[in-house]
Design a protein around this ligand. Structure first.
Ligand SMILES: [Zn+2]
Length: 344
């Protein structure tokens, strides 16, 4: 789901990385900087589009055509979203993470077929079934500033009101965040890096709980990277072979992260057509964090406005995903996260 009401702002580079988190950042000297940049190049190289593709087809085609609480495959014990949760947790545990689950009560959306195809979700009635949806967390504790937290996340569920595989929305972001967690599995960060998979195609969005509970605990979240629809483009952009990423932000603190995305894309020659836009109000799952009091929050998305002609439709299948584009966005996001982590 997404709310679209924004205007486009040009690229600018007013802030260096060292100023990203005012009062905390300390620029590295030459030798340290060279070492950090070499390690970032190593992480960029480690991103594997084939591994991402394998996960995506598992989660959006076979054996799991959907990821929703209100659909259990014939002969299976668990609904398809719980099966997806188990798959993600298994992959994370295999590379050494401890996975925590946070239960949130949600309902499936009803479907209103009188509305346009991409917006047929409609509110459930109170008597509709309630389900426990889980936020999944995997964390790397910081060595120097464990109290400073960088959140990297995606919504993992597919549309509850329609039988769409939700490959671009948002199987692709789900496996993008999994790839980042796997590439950073052996990394010892300076700050805490928190990977989160939430649910946004059921109601209420479970990112709200994640953000509000973080605020209630007093978590010092310094940056939030939402990963949704990465590599998604219009039919024209796809035909032209474009590799795009749009970073949308709501607040000035988010704009600095958007600028960082541009900087790392250039510095490491990642090759994205990278642009940034300002939202007119908080939206998507990054908006849940902005509304909870964490203004340094962005979304990385392939196009803005969202260009997928199969958006929220049965045709959002994994064969249509631009995995190479998504992998470039994962590389840039990883580079931004580690740059930020090392600058603190
Ligand atoms: Zn959606």
């Amino acid at each position: 789901m997404r709310r679209v009401a924004i205007y486009v702002s040009g690229l600018s580079f007013l802030f260096s990385v060292g100023l990203l988190v005012a009062g905390v950042a300390r620029p590295k000297d030459g030798g340290d900087r060279t070492k950090v940049e070499a390690s970032i190049r190593g992480f960029i190289t480690a991103v594997d589009p084939e591994r991402m593709s394998k996960h995506l087809f598992y989660l959006a085609k076979d054996p799991l055509p959907y990821r929703k609480l209100n659909l259990t495959l014939p002969g299976h014990q668990k609904n398809t979203l719980y099966e997806a949760d188990d798959y993600l947790a298994g992959k994370l545990e295999a590379v050494g993470y401890h996975v925590e689950r946070e239960g949130v009560q949600v309902q499936a959306f009803r479907r209103d077929t009188t509305k346009p195809k991409n917006a047929q979700y409609s509110p459930p009635k109170p008597e509709d079934p309630w389900y426990t949806a889980y936020n999944l967390y995997a964390e790397k504790k910081g060595r120097t500033h464990p109290e400073k937290i960088i959140v990297v996340f995606a919504h993992k569920d597919s549309q509850s009101w329609i039988d769409s595989p939700g490959a671009n929305d948002n199987g692709i972001g789900t496996v993008g965040v999994l790839e980042m967690a796997c590439v950073l599995a052996q990394y010892t960060p300076e700050c805490t890096i928190r990977f989160l998979w939430c649910n946004e195609e059921h109601t209420p969005w479970t990112s709200k709980t994640a953000a509000q509970k973080a605020k209630a605990r007093g978590d010092d979240i310094v940056a939030v990277f939402n990963t949704d629809g990465i590599g998604v483009k219009t039919a024209e952009q796809t035909a032209a072979g474009k590799k795009t990423n749009v970073t949308a932000y709501t607040k000035p603190e988010g704009k600095r992260l958007a600028q960082l995305m541009s900087e790392v894309n250039d510095r490491y020659a990642i090759g994205l057509e990278q642009r940034m836009v300002e939202r007119s109000r908080p939206g998507d799952d990054d908006g849940s964090f902005v509304l909870a009091g964490y203004p340094a929050a962005i979304i990385n998305i392939g196009s803005w406005p969202y260009g997928d002609p199969e958006y929220h439709a049965e045709g959002d299948v994994p064969e249509r995903c631009d995995i190479k584009n998504a992998a470039l966005t994962v590389q840039a996001t990883l580079a931004a996260v580690v740059t930020l982590d090392q600058g603190l």
